[in-house]
Design a protein around this ligand. Structure first.
Ligand code: DGJ
Length: 697
């Protein structure tokens, strides 16, 4: 709901539990008024009537108070917008009007000197406020092009508190999304990626709580997430007076987003913000609901159990071998069989073939259709791996078009994993990719595409001309357009975003893919921490998790039981990625049971509300998913200590007056007992795990 104050200059946006207010001054400055628990329009107007800050010689009257600080004028904070022509740096805005919808507000301004218009958009999705900006160069054909040095999506302003803590997730390849929390110092803390993709180093998300401290289920948490899959930056700035501003957008530095030509526009991605009074858990549940309801396509349906061949067969693949795996997978109850790398071109290792998206004739002499049809006959869907934005120098595509890759004239082309990045800013490259992928999806009954991206940008950027500036701006726009067109032409095909594991996970890619590959680290213990961090922002419904072989071949050689591996992977979208030809009959029988159990709990896990009962910091950790009358508790014991049984786990979101039947033990528990004394897990061994299904009776 959006309400407008009497003089038409105060706006109040209210979700179910929170409000956000802004105010236009008589000098056309757009000031932040309020963000927090729900308030009335009268409250917001009373805030607007408050006295201005005292004038001081060296202090800006605007810093820390503006909705969208720009370069130019009396400001010293980081500008969200910096524009210049050959003589004038910065902008000066005149208010031109506002458009108010049911759940949306747009505030419009004009800079007559630069002939620019800007619209700031606020859209309510539950308690999440989606913010973005559009910059329009209105000038005629002879007007000068403008350098846009920086254009962030939004600046969020938090109330003044004695102190703030910053929570983020950090990592690297094979170790993504690890949660870190620390006191926020004065000045700026910046996270981001200058790599052309979201990166393994951070999810584009931050959460702040004040010094008195929020907990998992109590206290105030402000969090912001950027919907962008290229280079990005989120700067958290604690100002001298204790106020905090969080500015986020495309690009990692201010060296120039783009050159804005007359009569063109620049649209930022969404930088979404959420206030939650329910602690970090409450914030996560609100983010999850937002993504299921407004971001992820088709999120009301559950994702199938998949098998992926990567860890089993890597680059050494053949049709017959994949058929054998498909039969084994179907026998376990798998619903989607995905052939990973090395089915195409001359791809026999990571030096060759990327770019040539036709089946390798030695490996698939009759194309993919015979295998895909067999997989369908087995009752599964069929999926395929691609990495469309990349090319190996040893490929037909590169030999034909060496100029199609990102490069700097006269400079060496840097290879990572023996591959180069295609320049998606080029129309011919985009057209070629669409044709190839469209043809591939027509060539066989393909239901699923795992879209990988295995290196960062290094040589990108064209010093002049169209596409100049931040390279991922054009690249990501083209990537989104490509996926959108393929989805429109093949609406039954689902897409997975992968980038060497979790290198491209964000709200932007999630609005056009069905699930993401969380990490190449498939060790079930490391995964608990990675999943814990991932779950701060994203729901289990998109978090792919595979059961692979023991000892873990991909990363650390750890030995673990099928039980521990399955229960770890059952916290997300269950997949299997081991070499099934080497699983014994008893291992396969056990796997069959776990898959059947997962299918039962899947609606609760994928679509329910998540409560993180105990974090994965050694000892016992546990999560609970709640959907209607059903609860599922997954518990893991990392290491047994002193022969003692760990303390019972206190559950959440149950009716204290109701009884709950545990389908796994046959016991009936009182809600009050589960809430206050807790559920005994009975776990006693190292790397042990259990599943409890509770139903209200
Ligand atoms: C990286 C992915 O994360 C893996 O799952 C696998 O698809 C390989 N790429 C294939 O090259």
């Amino acid at each position: 709901m959006v309400e407008v104050g009497e003089d038409g200059r105060t706006w109040l946006l209210s979700g179910p539990t929170s409000s956000y207010a802004l105010r236009l001054t008589g000098r056309d400055e757009l000031l932040h008024l309020y963000w927090g628990p729900r308030v009335t329009l009268r409250d917001a107007e009373a805030l607007a009537a408050g006295p201005p800050p005292p004038a001081r010689g060296f202090e800006s009257p605007l810093d820390g108070r503006e909705e969208y600080p720009v370069a130019g004028g009396p400001r010293f904070v980081r500008p969200a917008l910096a524009v210049r022509d050959s003589t004038v740096h910065g902008t000066e805005w005149r208010y031109t009007g506002a458009a108010v919808g049911e759940d949306e507000l747009q505030v419009h301004f004009r800079d007559p000197l630069h002939q620019l218009g800007i619209s700031l958009t606020y859209r309510l999705r539950g308690d999440v406020v989606e913010r973005s900006a559009v910059l329009v160069h209105e000038g005629g054909v002879r007007a000068p092009a403008l350098d846009v040095l920086r254009m962030d999506s939004a600046t969020w302003t938090l109330p003044v508190r004695d102190g703030w803590r910053l929570t983020q997730v950090h990592g690297r390849w094979g170790a993504e999304s690890r949660l870190a929390r620390s006191a926020l110092g004065y000045g700026e803390q910046v996270i981001g990626s200058g790599r052309g993709h979201t990166g393994h180093q951070h999810l584009p998300w931050v959460a702040l709580d004040a010094e008195e401290g929020a907990g998992e289920e109590h206290g105030e948490v402000y969090s912001c997430a950027l919907a962008w899959s290229g280079s990005w930056r989120i700067a958290v700035h604690r100002l001298p007076d204790g106020a905090v501003q969080i500015t986020g957008g495309v690009g990692h530095d201010d060296s120039g987003v783009t050159v804005l030509q007359p009569r063109t526009a620049l649209v930022t991605p969404v930088f979404a913000g959420l206030y939650s009074g329910g602690g970090f858990g409450g914030a996560s549940r609100a983010w999850h609901a937002y993504q299921r309801d407004h971001v992820i396509p088709g999120a009301e349906t559950v994702r199938p159990v998949l098998y992926n061949s990567w860890e089993a067969t890597r680059f050494d693949i053949a049709e017959e071998q994949q058929r054998t795996l498909a039969h084994r997978a179907a026998d376990l109850g798998v619903e989607l069989f995905v052939v990973d790398d090395a089915w195409f071109g001359g791809r026999v290792d990571d030096r060759t073939g990327l770019g040539d998206w036709t089946p390798n004739p030695d490996r698939f002499p009759h194309g993919l259709a015979p295998l895909a049809e067999e997989v369908h006959r087995l009752g599964m869907r069929f999926g395929i791996w691609v990495e469309p934005e990349m090319v190996n120098p040893d490929s037909d595509l590169y030999r034909a078009h060496p100029d199609w890759v990102q490069h700097q004239p006269g400079r060496a082309r840097t290879e990572f994993r023996n591959q180069l990045v295609l320049d998606l800013a080029r129309e011919d490259v985009r057209a070629h990719l669409y044709r190839q992928l469209h043809r591939l999806l027509d060539s066989a009954p393909i239901d699923y595409v795992k879209w990988d991206f295995n290196r960062s940008f290094t040589d990108a950027g064209r010093p002049a001309g169209p596409g100049a500036g931040e390279p991922s701006w054009a690249h990501v726009g083209a990537l989104y357009d490509l996926i959108d067109r393929l989805r429109a032409a093949h609406p039954a095909v689902a897409f997975e975003s992968c980038s060497g594991g979790g290198g491209r996970v964000d709200l932007g890619i999630l609005s056009r893919t069905d699930q993401v590959w969380t990490s190449d680290n498939t060790d079930p213990l490391d995964r608990l921490a990675i999943q814990h961090g991932f779950s701060q922002l994203h729901p289990a419904r998109v978090m792919a998790a595979w059961v692979t072989d023991s000892p873990n071949a991909q990363l650390n050689g750890r030995v673990s039981s099928p039980r521990f591996r399955f229960v770890s992977a059952m916290a997300g979208v269950l997949g299997i990625g081991g070499d099934l030809t080497r699983w014994s009959e008893s291992e396969r029988a056990e796997a069959r049971d776990w898959v059947a159990l997962y299918k039962e709990i899947r609606p609760t896990v994928q679509l329910g509300d998540l409560y993180r009962l105990r974090p994965p910091e050694g000892g016992l950790s546990a999560v609970q998913y709640v959907r209607g009358d059903d609860s599922v508790v997954l518990a893991w014991l990392q290491a047994q200590r002193y022969g003692e049984e760990p303390a019972p786990v206190r559950l959440r979101a149950l009716d204290p007056a109701a009884s709950y039947l545990c389908l796994d033990t046959g016991e009936t528990h009182r809600g009050a007992v589960l809430l206050h004394r807790g559920l005994r897990t009975g776990l006693r061994c190292d790397l042990d795990a259990a599943v409890f299904r509770l139903r209200r009776v």
